[in-house]
Design a protein around this ligand. Structure first.
Ligand code: APR
Length: 232
């Protein structure tokens, strides 16, 4: 039976084969940088230049990255199910959009976004951003990346929980299940009656929430899964 409300959660693993680093794999971003220095409001207050350098480098790298077969397969799935697929991504790259996905919710924000620390004005981030850049809205030298740091509230939570409550299919792709609230979405969807699928390189910390699992590189297992879903 085809599914008509599909929520797909993606994490860094779906972008790994596009050359963008994950966080918790061997040698990942959190092995190279301290979370408290580059991914917290306190770290930004302490050393805004260090934080901007971290995100500026990732922004330039992400802008040069291209979507892979997994992103492309999800865009195909959305074209097959117009208005019925929501991608909730923890990723701050724009590879889902580059692949053609339209209904994408960036719960951790976007590298391509700039935010004013003073007035909450948002605009498109230049490649190299600095805190001293004046906000186009209020002029304050309070520019930060529009990404959600640890201790901050993710974007779109009301929309996400509303979608989970009516999903009949929930798929988690390329996420370790280590960061909340996203790590609990599988359980939420399952309790609401959805069929739950984990597509990952290896079992995540929340693998027991999933009725169906497939392990391997996303560029293989995601197109395979989408092909089976399309054939339903
Ligand atoms: N194909 C499929 N899965 C992969 C691949 C691949 N090629 N490479 C890695 N993975 C899987 C890993 O097995 C791991 O389970 O992707 C997952 C990556 O986990 P994390 O690095 O923890 O990334 P993520 O789950 O997205 O982190 C969540 O933590 O630090 C915060 O804000 C950050 O959004 C991020 C959040």
């Amino acid at each position: 039976m085809a599914h008509d409300t599909i929520v797909i959660l993606t994490g860094a693993g779906i972008s790994a084969e596009s050359g963008l680093g994950t966080f918790r794999d061997e040698g990942g971003l959190w092995a190279q940088h301290r979370i408290e220095d580059v991914a917290t409001p306190e770290g930004f207050s302490r050393d805004p230049d260090l934080v901007h350098n971290f995100y500026n480098a990732r922004r330039v790298q992400a802008a040069q990255a291209t979507p892979n077969a997994a992103h492309d397969a999800l865009a195909r799935l959305e074209r097959d199910h117009p208005g019925e697929v929501l991608i909730v991504t923890q990723n701050v790259d724009s590879l889902h959009e580059k692949a053609g996905s339209r209904n994408v919710l960036h719960m951790h924000g976007l590298l391509a976004g700039a935010l004013c620390h003073t007035c909450d004005h948002r605009w498109t981030a230049p490649d190299n951003m600095a805190k001293s850049d004046p906000c186009p809205g209020c002029g304050a030298p309070a520019t930060r990346p529009d990404v959600v740091w640890f201790g901050e509230i993710p974007y779109g939570m009301d929309q996400i929980y509303a979608a989970l409550s009516k999903a009949d299919l929930f798929v988690a792709i390329g996420t370790s299940g280590e960061v909340y609230p996203a790590a609990a979405f599988g359980q939420e969807a399952r309790q609401a009656g959805a069929h739950t699928v984990e597509l990952n390189l290896a079992p995540s910390s929340r693998v027991s929430d999933f009725a169906e699992t497939h392990f391997g590189p996303a560029t293989r297992i995601v197109p395979d899964w989408v092909a089976r879903e399309r054939a339903r």
